[in-house]
Ligand binder design. Structure first.
Ligand code: B1M
Length: 210
């Protein structure tokens, strides 16, 4: 399976054109779409996650790797759908109301996609109602809230309170993160989990679907 090893290496080195080419080659050689996803694209992103956590990779390397993963995924997605391969979970994510910071949120989003999740990214300045609508419309079971400001992190509580009010709190797990947050804050507002960085977010969210 040299082509899949090469594909994983392309993701790690962030070579988007080569990632697209090798994904196509693997499919042309008759490999199953799920195998190309798991042993090529996801295998590469897993290594990126480990390197990011150990400070061997920084934000730019992760963004470039994610771009390479997306290039391969673009070729693979229709084949996955044809083969009936389901994502390992649906994850709704957004930056909290009042907050326009999205670099960290985008990293979490891309790493989760790289881990095999379908990610519904609502963008920035997302209201409690918009989170609730997205959960309902997508049948999502896990949501992620990101905040970078001490003045906006408090708005995470409103998302949880709104879900309680409409009777949807028990059907979703809520993960929070962002530079000013702590595990204590997550506990205080009644979130189900806190992750300090994108790689930890992937581990946490994966543990929630297993
Ligand atoms: Co702003 N800003 N900013 N800013 N900004 C900070 C956050 C600040 C710390 C700068 C400072 O004063 N030293 C400060 C906040 C102070 C505070 O609240 N205590 C600040 C401020 C004050 C402001 C404004 C109010 C400034 C003003 O207008 N007076 C304003 C607010 C606008 C608004 O949001 N309403 C503002 C605006 C901006 C820009 C638009 C210019 C720009 C954002 C561009 C963008 O995101 N598209 C910006 C930036 C770039 C920053 C800094 C410099 C960098 C943030 C960043 O992207 N970091 C930041 C200072 C700093 O951090 N050095 C600062 C890189 C990113 C990869 O890290 O987002 O922490 P981070 O994400 C990490 C983890 O936190 C975690 O994983 C990521 C990857 O490991 N994580 C999650 C994040 N979300 C997660 C979700 C999870 C799990 C993990 O689960 C769901």
């Amino acid at each position: 399976m040299a082509v899949l090893e090469d594909l994983a290496s392309c993701i790690i080195s962030g070579n988007a054109p080569k990632s697209e080419e090798l994904t196509r080659q693997a499919l042309d050689e008759g490999m199953a779409p799920a195998g190309v996803l798991n042993n090529g694209l996801i295998a590469g992103m897993n290594v990126v996650g480990v390197k990011f956590k150990s400070n061997e990779f920084y934000v730019p390397e992760v963004l470039i790797a994610a771009r390479a993963m997306k290039a391969g995924l673009k070729v693979l997605r229709p084949k996955l759908a044809e083969a009936g391969v389901e994502p390992i979970g649906k994850f709704v994510i957004g930056t909290i109301q009042g907050d326009l910071h999205d670099i960290g949120k985008n990293l979490v989003s891309m790493m989760l996609e790289g881990a095999g999740f379908e990610v519904i990214d609502l963008g920035v300045d997302v209201s409690p109602e918009k989170f609730a609508d997205a959960i309902r419309e997508n049948n999502a079971t896990i949501i992620g809230l990101s905040a970078l400001l001490t003045t906006t992190m408090v708005n995470m509580r409103s998302v949880i309170e709104n879900l309680e009010k409409i009777g949807a709190r028990d059907s979703v797990k809520i993960v929070v993160g962002g530079a000013p947050l702590t595990q204590n804050f997550a506990d205080e507002i009644g979130a189900d989990g806190y992750a300090a960085d994108a790689a930890s977010a992937v581990e946490l969210v994966k543990s929630m679907v297993n």
